[in-house]
Design a protein around this ligand. Structure first.
Ligand SMILES: [Zn+2]
Length: 226
């Protein structure tokens, strides 16, 4: 059941800054330290991503090729969300912020304060909308996914790479980009690739990455039966 706590969390997911923790590890995968980065609220990051003057901002995407479409989509998604929040405000008799002090974060907070006091308000639908927005925005702002493969590299046999100076981690890392398709509301996965940080072998494309995974699995099974 959706309650007012879920609603508060959904509002905060869009309006509060987030802190990211990045673990730095040595060549043996041992923890060195954790770096923390504070990021602006999702709504502010989405607005910035859609602003042409921020095109060179590295928060948009690390891939120069996908920068333009991401920006157009961000502009479009932000306009849609802003207009919905403003009409939610008006529906509650709350005056949305005006230019030049327009703030979608502030509008959403004002709307939230207005519904908290209403005992007859059912938060289910709005919570669902807010969560959907957060999901869409994260997909737009963080299109590149990276995760380490636990099993060793089938080419060089290394499980880890790197040194204490440059850092390192699991030998094999898998990457892909994703594009949010707003029409059908799914992520399109593309640019799948894998890299061994130790022997620098790369696997490019969906088929190659799948073969790598199969090979790793096979080697692991052989190791178990040997
Ligand atoms: Zn390797």
């Amino acid at each position: 059941m959706t309650d007012m706590v879920d609603l508060l969390q959904a509002v905060e997911a869009l309006t509060k800054p987030t802190v990211e923790h990045h673990a730095q590890k040595d060549a043996d995968g041992k923890w060195i330290r954790t770096r923390t980065t504070q990021l602006d609220p999702l709504l502010i990051r989405l607005e910035a991503a859609g602003d042409p003057s921020n095109v060179d901002g590295d928060s948009v995407t690390s891939s120069g090729l996908s920068r333009v479409p991401v920006n157009l989509t961000a502009t479009f998604e932000f306009a849609k969300i802003r207009s919905d929040i403003r009409s939610w405000c008006r529906g509650r008799g709350v005056e949305p912020t005006r230019p030049p002090q327009t703030s979608t974060v502030e509008d959403l907070r004002r709307w939230h304060v207005a519904v908290i006091g209403d005992a007859s308000f059912d938060p289910a639908w709005a919570t669902g909308e807010l969560r959907k927005w957060a999901h869409v925005i994260r997909g737009l702002l963080e299109p590149a996914i990276q995760f380490p493969a636990v099993r060793p590299c089938p080419v060089c046999g290394a499980s880890y790479y790197g040194d204490k100076i440059n850092g390192g981690g699991r030998a094999i890392n898998i990457f892909y980009d994703r594009d949010w398709d707003p029409d059908v509301k799914v992520y399109r996965i593309r640019n799948e690739r894998a890299l061994c940080g130790n022997c620098k072998t790369t696997w490019v494309g969906h088929e190659a990455v799948r073969e790598l995974a199969d090979e790793q699995k096979e080697k692991a099974t052989q190791g178990e039966t040997a």
